[in-house]
Design a protein around this ligand. Structure first.
Ligand code: TYD
Length: 395
């Protein structure tokens, strides 16, 4: 049973970019709820996976140096800790993690066929399918059990967790390790990162809620690490039938979450009020700047950028355009706000007084890259944890 936490009305799909402004867009309510049995915060009445993950999927993990380095380091560190003789990645996107296992006959599963092709082209056997019962049987029959299953920012997208975890249990060897990476709900709340709420993100896991759910399938978290990517991401190490010993850091992480109030509906509800206030502040700040004649552009047409603009009702009359390095996003329009995505070009920055940082999670990477813009008096705006303007003196 879901108790309602917050509802955003008429929100388009965040990666549903438009080829032209005559394209029809479909808006859906985005309903976030809390389950008092598992303590999981998740979406309810969500749109179907086929509408979200398909052949025209635009998110490409290889567009940020931060993520390329993060996944390379993840691959190397995991191989140091575990044998990884039969690795499997679920949701390989452009293959920037699994490519580092190329000598170990890795397998990948990726439902967006445009990205499955990129992983295949890197020489990795890639199944262009949604993770679940059918593909897990196929992998077991053709390749045998897996001793390392990794999935970053994907399990939190899967709506049928029951089928997902049963299929993991079946494929994982006795001494195998299942590793999930996804943004920590505690860090999301601490950082007021409301723009992480979008239709693709079905579950907002905490260590506490994920562990409760996993235990139903004889899986459990035995180790945990926190990384700064995406505003605070947990890497969960999960064992089958308690093969690996529970580390103290898992207990501490769960205790911290309980202390913060992740089991307390009233605490969660009060955080939603903070989020609503922040959304109003973002809207007012951008409108005030525009009224004073400022030229504002966007940097990084992330799904989060689409969310923040639509949630705060900012459109192309306030933000002239957004630049992005991802070819499949370029020259399209963000749904509802109608902001055009232009290919990244340093010269375009010269047209701006303010640059609204859609990709706030790469703030340091981008501000270092665009130091000349700051030196010439340009300013960056970020909206997480609250709206803030950066210039050369306070970056
Ligand atoms: P990201 O925050 O990774 O993901 P999401 O879509 O899940 O919110 O998206 C960042 C976007 O910013 C992505 O489209 C690539 C783009 N980007 C640039 O254009 N330039 C850059 O220097 C960086 C780091 C990202």
């Amino acid at each position: 049973m879901h108790k309602k936490l917050i509802k955003f009305k008429n929100i388009p799909l965040s990666n549903g970019l438009l080829f032209n402004l005559n394209n029809k867009i479909k808006n859906y309510d985005l309903k976030v709820g809390y389950n008092s049995d598992t303590h999981l915060v998740s979406l309810y009445d969500n749109v179907s996976p086929e509408k979200l993950f398909h052949n025209d999927y635009v998110y490409d993990s290889s567009q940020s140096d931060t993520m390329v380095n993060h996944f390379k380091e993840a691959a190397l560190s995991i191989q140091k800790k575990y044998k990884c003789l039969s690795p499997l990645e679920i949701g390989s996107n452009s293959g920037i993690f699994i490519e580092h296992f190329s000598k170990k006959n890795p397998i990948a599963v990726e439902p967006c066929s445009n990205f499955a092709k990129i992983t295949t082209d890197k020489g990795i056997i890639t199944y262009d399918e949604y993770w679940g019962d059918a593909i897990s049987n196929k992998i077991l029959n053709s390749h045998g059990e897996r001793d390392m299953i990794y999935s970053a920012n994907t399990i939190s997208h899967i709506q049928n967790l029951d089928e997902c975890f049963k299929s993991i249990y079946k494929c994982l060897s006795k001494d195998g390790v299942f590793i999930i990476e996804c943004p920590s709900f505690l860090e999301l709340l601490k950082g007021n990162a409301f723009d992480q709420f979008y239709h693709e993100h079905q579950s907002y896991f905490s260590c506490l809620s994920l562990n409760i759910i996993l235990k139903k399938y004889n899986l459990s978290i035995f180790d945990i690490e926190l990384y700064p990517v995406h505003g605070g991401t947990y890497r969960y190490y999960i064992t089958k039938d308690n093969y690996y010993k529970l580390e103290e850091n898992v207990v501490s992480a769960i205790n911290e979450e309980i202390k913060y109030g992740l089991c307390n509906y009233d605490v969660l509800k009060s955080k939603m009020e903070v989020i609503k206030n922040n959304i109003s502040k973002i809207k007012n700040t951008l409108i005030n700047l525009k009224e004073k004649g400022a030229k504002i552009i966007g940097y990084g047409a992330s799904a989060k950028f689409t969310q923040v603009t639509n949630m705060s009702e900012i459109d192309n009359t306030i933000i002239d355009f957004v630049m992005d390095t991802t070819p499949s996003k370029q020259n399209k329009y963000l749904p509802k706000s109608n902001i055009k995505v232009l290919p990244y070009n340093k010269e375009l920055l010269k047209k701006a007084d303010y640059c609204f940082l859609g990709a706030w999670n790469y703030k340091d990477e981008i501000m270092n890259k665009e130091i000349d813009f700051l030196k010439k008096g340009g300013k960056f705006i970020t909206h997480i944890p609250t709206i803030k303007i950066y210039d050369i003196n306070n970056r």
